[in-house]
Ligand binder design. Structure first.
Ligand code: ACO
Length: 469
């Protein structure tokens, strides 16, 4: 993509603008005449969602296994909603980098969390939008009439990723397993070479191109002429807003995590770090070395964490005496070229989902958009503000339009809160729900990019009963 063709350069307002005064509840919403029609005949609602604190990988969660984090999210959800486990019909759970011992981690976590044996669970993977996929799979199951009550969520555990023997070593070990006589074993041993011991480390990279996400983000930022300074400013904005939300007690989606065999209770995300811009400016490029602009501070960091949410028909919620937070109104998935458009999912998904729902950019009160990298966010904003990009890449007559940044990721985002890949979708959805209540909004838009050049867009509407946080 030519880098000099985007004329509309977005000047980001990086001033912090988290509103100070909050009154709850304010607006009286009505179910009688919804602006966005229910397409499922079920009025599917999002009752609530929770997450463990998100921690930098290699910190307090490091000795655990991922299903333990997922278990805590599931327990926390059932406790917060006060819904008996028996009421849940099905669990859809996401993970990206799979722990081989718990490959259907949804099931293992459900058993560990005390769900009855009779509640089926399956695990989904769609990179960074895996728990969005969990939610929308749940919507599909409810819409199809298969079930009424679904738990969705996701977990990622970067503190202990599976490191494999080399292919040659694996082949040797598998053949050794089959060797019958000591002579066969000796013969095999003689084929061993020291380089067989080189391990295979998992990379946060595209399989089809071999390029890491960070490298791709750096190329994207360069294509859209996003400067290093703009990226650093955006990163400071994200951390500042997350810090403010944490200090004000807005991050009520967190359920405290007592570490097993310890009295230590983790209550907060630990990656929020507000630094002076000149400190960020001194950091070296993390991926495209030495001249790249993506650094450790303007990237999301490797994170451990889990999330879970409860969705059901509105009728079931009423029967159970619950006060749902959202209507799950519409969603779409998009896919683009995984090389040059790897991280542009929000640009593609936003107009599609808005049009499906009959809404426009200006109707959205709360934007929650996954921040993989500051450069990726700013490139998406520039793409959304470009007629040229819309016409040449999106087959659209005119640009998507630029969201009101005063409504954008006001409690920080994945850059600051953290990004445990498969858990992020639920975190975005709960923050949208809680912000809609605090900010007295009606519609929220959730968007994210994912490996493979894919993306998601979701439209949610605040439920009239949503008052609690
Ligand atoms: C669709 C998608 O979501 S794709 C996105 C997927 N996610 C990713 O690809 C994850 C990308 N992130 C990463 O891979 C890693 O976080 C990296 C490579 C960027 C950085 O990893 P590390 O080098 O281990 O980071 P580390 O925490 O050591 O930080 C490096 C330096 O930056 C500094 N730093 C990091 N964050 C900040 C900050 N906010 N403010 C100031 N300094 C900071 C650290 O203090 C450290 O400085 P030092 O070298 O003087 O000690």
């Amino acid at each position: 993509m030519a880098s000099n063709l985007l004329k509309n350069i977005v000047k980001l307002d990086t001033r912090v603008s988290v509103s100070q005064n909050v009154c709850l509840p304010i607006r009286c919403l009505s179910t009688a005449s919804p602006r966005v029609k229910d397409k499922t005949g079920k009025n599917i609602v999002f009752v609530d969602g929770v997450r463990t604190p998100f921690l930098l990988s290699g910190t307090d969660y490091a000795p655990l296994m991922p299903h333990q984090l997922a278990k805590e999210a599931l327990i926390g959800l059932m406790r917060k909603t006060n819904v008996p486990r028996e009421v849940v019909d099905y669990i859809v759970y996401g993970t990206v980098i799979q722990e081989v011992k718990t490959s259907n981690i949804g099931r293992e976590a459900a058993l560990a969390a005390g769900f009855p044996n009779s509640v089926p669970a399956h695990t989904v993977t769609m990179a960074c939008i895996s728990s969005n996929q969990g939610i929308t799979t749940g919507i599909g199951l409810i819409a199809a009439g298969a079930y009424d009550v679904i738990v969705a969520g996701g977990v990622e555990f970067m503190s202990d990723v599976p490191i494999r023997h080399s292919r040659k070593m694996r082949s040797l070990l598998l053949r050794a397993n089959k060797a019958k006589t000591p002579l066969d074993k000796l013969k095999l041993l003689s084929t061993f070479r020291p380089d067989f011991l080189m391990p295979e480390l998992p990379a946060v990279a595209e399989f089809s191109s071999g390029e890491t996400m960070g490298f791709s983000a750096d190329r994207l930022a360069a294509s859209f002429k996003v400067s290093r300074e703009e990226q650093d400013q955006y990163a400071v904005r994200s951390h500042t807003m997350a810090q403010e939300a944490q200090d004000k007690g807005y991050l009520t989606d967190i359920v405290p995590f007592r570490l097993p065999n310890s009295s230590k209770v983790i209550e907060k995300d630990n990656g929020i770090r507000v630094s002076p811009i000149d400190k960020l400016a001194k950091l070296k490029a993390a991926f495209v070395k030495p001249h790249g602009t993506v650094t450790a501070a303007n990237s999301s960091f490797l994170t451990d964490g889990a999330s879970a949410c409860l969705i059901m028909t509105e009728e079931k919620a009423k029967q159970l005496g619950l006060k749902p937070k959202l209507y799950l109104r519409d969603f779409t998935y998009v896919s683009q070229d995984p090389i040059d458009q790897l991280l542009l999912g929000p640009t593609y998904a936003t107009p599609k989902v808005l049009e499906k729902a009959g809404l426009s950019v200006n109707d959205i009160d709360v934007w929650e958009v996954h921040e993989a990298f500051a450069g990726q966010i700013l490139a998406n904003l520039k793409a959304m503000d470009s007629d040229w990009f819309a016409q040449n890449y999106m087959n659209r007559k005119s640009k998507v339009g630029i969201p009101d940044l005063a409504k954008w990721n006001k409690w920080g985002g994945s850059l600051s809160i953290g990004h445990p890949f498969a858990a992020t979708g639920v975190r975005l959805t709960v923050h949208t729900a809680n912000r809609l209540v605090r900010e007295d909004g009606q519609f929220g838009l959730i968007a994210a990019c994912a490996a493979g050049g894919q993306g998601v867009g979701m439209i949610v509407e605040r439920h009239p009963d949503a008052t609690a946080l």
